[in-house]
Write a protein that binds this ligand. Structure first.
Ligand SMILES: *[C@@H]1O[C@H](CO)[C@@H](O)[C@H](O)[C@H]1NC(C)=O
Ligand SMILES: *[C@@H]1O[C@H](CO)[C@@H](O)[C@H](O)[C@H]1NC(C)=O
Ligand SMILES: *[C@@H]1O[C@H](CO)[C@@H](O)[C@H](O)[C@H]1NC(C)=O
Ligand SMILES: *[C@@H]1O[C@H](CO)[C@@H](O)[C@H](O)[C@H]1NC(C)=O
Ligand SMILES: *[C@@H]1O[C@H](CO)[C@@H](O)[C@H](O)[C@H]1NC(C)=O
Ligand SMILES: *[C@@H]1O[C@H](CO)[C@@H](O)[C@H](O)[C@H]1NC(C)=O
Ligand SMILES: *[C@@H]1O[C@H](CO)[C@@H](O)[C@H](O)[C@H]1NC(C)=O
Ligand SMILES: *[C@@H]1O[C@H](CO)[C@@H](O)[C@H](O)[C@H]1NC(C)=O
Ligand SMILES: *[C@@H]1O[C@H](CO)[C@@H](O)[C@H](O)[C@H]1NC(C)=O
Ligand SMILES: *[C@@H]1O[C@H](CO)[C@@H](O)[C@H](O)[C@H]1NC(C)=O
Ligand SMILES: *[C@@H]1O[C@H](CO)[C@@H](O)[C@H](O)[C@H]1NC(C)=O
Ligand SMILES: *[C@@H]1O[C@H](CO)[C@@H](O)[C@H](O)[C@H]1NC(C)=O
Length: 764
């Protein structure tokens, strides 16, 4: 979804030609940077994925058969309405307008709805069950307000660029972790009857010139075919496999062809290779042609008629777009509406503008409890010395510092509070007030915000202890000789529509150092919309504990205090790599800034982003991908590897039909890896066990399993990691298939991507 705040208006440039290339059969001819092969015609959806889809297609066909061309064209376009997007209705056949709404972490811009943790925070829990419950709670709020299509979950951006403005909306810089989140959140949302729209398909890795404007066309993300499959499309496969009903195509160009008219991405990969049965919706104003986007596989344009409407009717009448294509667009939209059961009974949208007097439709239910739980589960403890945390009964006097401790001064004067940095200070790098979500269309509109300061006050007042505070000084004085701990709260802001210019900021770093200078027990809490470097103070001997507290949503303070006081043992793990120096990210630090008329960025690093790059280049990170501490200790033992007996032939059986998500055999479990984990400490706590595999001809190691395991002191549990054919395959660019290599595979299980405790090898 587009955030309209600071954007240059998109100019309507009619780019008819899709950069075409002939089919290829040989590796040295495989299109690399900047060539997007033409894939036509657009596959006609048919529902063969499942009997439920077949039935939905049958119903859709019978309705579409009764429609006029004008009616069909109406269904494929956006119209005015209460929601962020509204499709055209067909009143004659009782087909309603469908309501599309943001955001992936809460129904944005509404009252009596919840402000959930952002995607990156959910990823930091590494907990599949919480991911599902998150999707389900979100879905039930959309459902309760009559929203047909929820615009999320997000796996693009994945996080190629450390300073990318929207990385926090997604599920971390690894396709397997993000894929795990995509499965659960998609299922959670759709189990409530709401259609999820996985976004942004594909390669939307930075904000700089994502849309065309006065400088020229938008940036082209140029990527090779293997990287496209193994890194960027990978998590979307999971969402498709989980049944996602809608996919949103992205703003920028992909190999020089706009994503919403890119026949390789839409007709080729999505609708042929991955058997997509649902519909493709454009990102808002991301359509740049009429005929070309229709033939390339776009099914519905938002938020208005774009290049379609009457033009599409005309294009069908004059044969530029086949009737079959128009029928397929409408059929896909209606089949998805049928498959989710929305045709039976669905509330009409209870979506209002802030200035409108309206009925109270409160959909918050008990979601605050879940938000609080995910808030603390996604909090990552990265340093804890001298027994700094958790606080105990001996912690009698706490001092609180930093602009991130209270809520911002006048939070509700602008309903776009978190949407574009109205209260961002210190040069856009930080947010003046506690940060619970990022900016732009992905920001939530929480019903209230429990600040860290409020929650600390509650706790201290209950225990009859003492609290002191100074929120806004850069060099807070006085320091209190009697205090037991100094908690410093800082943040790092990011938003849609611009990329970050730094992963640190001087004010916050000075603040931490100034407090630490005079307080031997300084605890730093960092709310951040992604990566934040900490080397300005991480080794300071008086900085005794550091928490990456993410973007936790409305219960922020409670989630934090639950961890500080040990009610919850921290188990969050970093879903990205925190470097010692920003320059360690190399060419993947900044977004590509170009003033060319046809700007482009070549993803020359291929598969090597985030930890894959650090591992290959042997750069020691400050905190590696998957890292996080606990209040207890764990022991790993007893690694076992067993073949399941499923076929390990190099390729899947070509006689089995593709279903949504790809060839069904890609999901066959080939190997079972198990190990035992024991809680050897004195506190009940979950451990996040992670499995990494070296796939020959790939990165040193890649995440291919994770499980969050709650353990009582002394308790041992066995953990099972099923490895599927897809998990172990490479994308063969010549065969145009996933290929299982005949080789030895090294597998490691441990507590992070570098704290690997058990190793084994299996042969395929
Ligand atoms: C692959 O293409 C290159 C360049 O067109 C050609 O020289 C080579 O012989 C081809 N290889 C095969 C195996 O066809
Ligand atoms: C259904 O569509 C898929 C994807 O385009 C295609 O592979 C399959 O052959 C089609 N099946 C039938 C029965 O038409
Ligand atoms: C097109 O959609 C609009 C808005 O939902 C509706 O008012 C109008 O009647 C529809 N037109 C046709 C031809 O059905
Ligand atoms: C149709 O195309 C023209 C230009 O080609 C454009 O101005 C108009 O907005 C398009 N859309 C609709 C809904 O007619
Ligand atoms: C901590 O203090 C509370 C009362 O403030 C008391 O109930 C509890 O037992 C104490 N815990 C320990 C470990 O002393
Ligand atoms: C942050 O907000 C507070 C009021 O809540 C204000 O006093 C302070 O000056 C602001 N800081 C900056 C740098 O804008
Ligand atoms: C440190 O604390 C002492 C005693 O509380 C105080 O006198 C002094 O001003 C403080 N120094 C700084 C730099 O805050
Ligand atoms: C990254 O971008 C910043 C501005 O945002 C610029 O000052 C800096 O030179 C760039 N660094 C590199 C390594 O390109
Ligand atoms: C740590 O804090 C103590 C007590 O305020 C102070 O004396 C000492 O200089 C501080 N250490 C550093 C390295 O700043
Ligand atoms: C991208 O790669 C192409 C093909 O190698 C090259 O011609 C082009 O100059 C590269 N663009 C940039 C911005 O590096
Ligand atoms: C093959 O994989 C499927 C899907 O994971 C699984 O259900 C089945 O049990 C596996 N077959 C064997 C023999 O383990
Ligand atoms: C796997 O390793 C074993 C032991 O080194 C070796 O004998 C075998 O040939 C290897 N298998 C493959 C497929 O390379």
């Amino acid at each position: 979804m587009k955030y309209a705040g600071t954007l240059v208006a998109a100019t309507a440039i009619s780019l008819i030609s899709v950069c075409a290339a002939e089919g290829y059969t040989n590796e040295s001819e495989v299109p690399y940077y900047g060539r997007s092969p033409a894939v036509y015609p657009s596959p006609v959806g048919n529902g063969t994925t499942s009997p439920t889809w077949e039935e939905a297609y049958r119903r859709a066909h019978s309705v579409v058969a009764q429609m006029t061309i004008e009616e069909k064209a109406n269904v494929t376009r956006g119209v005015e309405g209460p929601c962020v997007g509204n499709s055209g209705a067909v009143p004659r056949l009782s087909i309603p307008s469908l309501c599309f709404a943001d955001a992936p972490n809460g129904l944005r811009g509404q009252e009596f709805v919840s402000g959930f943790p952002a995607g990156i925070h959910v990823a930091a829990t590494w907990d599949r069950a919480l991911m599902y419950r998150y999707g389900h709670a979100l879905g039930s709020e959309y459902d309760g307000r009559g929203v047909n299509v929820a615009l999320g979950p997000v796996a693009g951006p994945l996080g190629r660029v450390a300073r990318g403005g929207r990385n926090w909306e997604g599920l971390g810089a690894d396709p397997y972790l993000a894929g795990g989140g995509m499965v659960e959140i998609t299922r959670g949302i759709q189990d409530t009857g709401v259609i999820a729209s996985a976004k942004h398909w594909l390669l939307n890795e930075e904000e700089w010139r994502r849309n065309p404007g006065s400088m020229g066309e938008s940036l082209s993300s140029n990527v090779d075919d293997r990287t496209l499959h193994e890194l960027y499309a990978f998590p979307f496969m999971d969402s498709l496999r989980a049944g996602v009903g809608s996919i949103m195509c992205s703003y920028q160009r992909a190999n020089h062809s706009y994503a919403c008219q890119n026949s390789k991405l839409l007709n080729g990969i999505l609708k042929t290779e991955l058997g997509f049965e649902g519909f493709v919706v454009s990102d808002w104003d991301a359509q740049h042609t009429g005929v070309a986007s229709a033939n390339a596989g776009l099914d519905i344009v938002m938020p208005d008629g774009g290049f379609w409407g009457a033009n599409l009717t005309m294009a069908v009448q004059n044969g530029s777009v086949g009737t079959e294509r128009l029928d397929d667009m409408v059929t896909r939209i209606l089949a998805t509406w049928y498959v989710t059961g929305q045709y039976e009974k669905y509330p009409s949208p209870a979506i209002y503008s802030a200035s409108e007097l309206h009925a109270v439709v409160d959909v918050q239910a008990d979601h605050a409890d879940l938000i609080r739980e995910i808030g603390s589960a996604g909090t990552v403890l990265v340093k804890n010395v001298n027994g700094a945390l958790p606080f105990t009964n001996a912690t009698r006097f706490v001092s609180v510092y930093g602009y991130d401790a209270p809520v911002s001064a006048s939070p509700w004067t602008n309903p776009s509070r978190y949407m574009g940095g109205y209260e961002v200070n210190f040069g856009w790098e930080t947010y003046n007030g506690t940060l619970i979500t990022g900016g732009g269309s992905g920001g939530s509109t929480p019903p209230y915000v429990v600040s860290p300061f409020q929650a600390l006050q509650e706790r201290v007042s209950r225990q009859r202890r003492t609290l002191r505070w100074d929120f806004f000084s850069e060099a807070p004085t006085p320091a209190y000789v009697n205090n037991d701990a100094c908690v410093v709260l800082i943040n790092a802001y990011a938003s849609e529509a611009f990329d970050r210019t730094s992963l640190t900021d001087r004010f916050s770093d000075n603040l931490v150092n100034n407090v630490a200078k005079n307080c031997t027990n300084t605890i730093v809490v960092l709310h951040s919309a992604g990566i934040r470097t900490v080397d300005a103070w991480i080794d300071h001997p008086n900085v005794t504990a550091v928490l990456f507290a993410g973007l936790p949503g409305q219960e922020s303070g409670h989630s934090l205090v639950d961890v500080l006081y040990g009610d919850v043992s921290p188990s969050g793990r970093l879903p990205y790599t925190v470097a010692k120096n920003e320059s360690d990210y190399g060419s993947l630090l900044n977004s590509t800034v170009s003033f060319d008329a046809f700007p482009e960025v070549n993803f020359t690093e291929g598969l090597y982003i985030d930890y894959r790059a650090f591992d290959r280049q042997r750069i020691e990170p400050r905190f590696e991908f998957g890292f996080g501490l606990s209040y207890t200790t764990f022991q790993y033992s007893d690694l076992r590897i067993e073949a399941t007996g499923n076929s390990t032939s190099p390729f899947v059986n070509p006689n089995v039909a593709i279903v949504q998500g790809g060839h069904p055999e890609l999901w066959d479990t080939l190997i079972h890896v198990t190990c035992s984990i024991t809680n050897t400490g004195h506190r009940s706590a979950p451990e996040v066990a992670q499995l990494y595999v070296h796939i020959p001809s790939g990165p040193v190691r890649q995440l291919r399993g994770f499980e969050r395991v709650p353990l009582e002191p002394g308790e041992t549990k066995q953990v099972l990691f099923p490895l599927t054919r897809r998990d172990l395959s490479v994308w063969d660019v010549v065969a145009q298939q996933w290929r299982l290599q005949t080789a030895n595979y090294t597998v490691s299980v441990g507590a992070s991507s570098r704290d690997l405790k058990l190793h084994g090898v299996f042969e395929i």
